[in-house]
Design a protein around this ligand. Structure first.
Ligand SMILES: [Zn+2]
Length: 73
């Protein structure tokens, strides 16, 4: 009887190991991580596109630099 329990325990252990081994694959696109980097037209600093300001077809790191560059909306 204890032998059967032992086998069940082993099976459960193997199952858990396989389950933890088979982690879900990474997503192809993670926009936050693989996001394009853009360059501030004013100071030249690189920053993620999502954090930049777009004005007149150019990217800026901040509102101040957008103004400083003299690009009107
Ligand atoms: Zn800047």
């Amino acid at each position: 009887m204890s032998r059967l329990l032992f086998l069940v325990a082993i099976a459960a252990l193997v199952y858990l190991l396989l389950k933890s081994y088979r982690r879900p694959p990474r997503k192809h696109h993670t926009p936050e991580v693989t996001e394009d980097m853009v360059r501030c037209a004013q100071c030249g600093v690189h920053l993620p596109k999502g954090e930049s300001l777009l004005a007149g077809g150019k990217y800026y790191c901040s509102e101040a630099h957008r103004r400083a560059h003299g690009t009107a909306d």
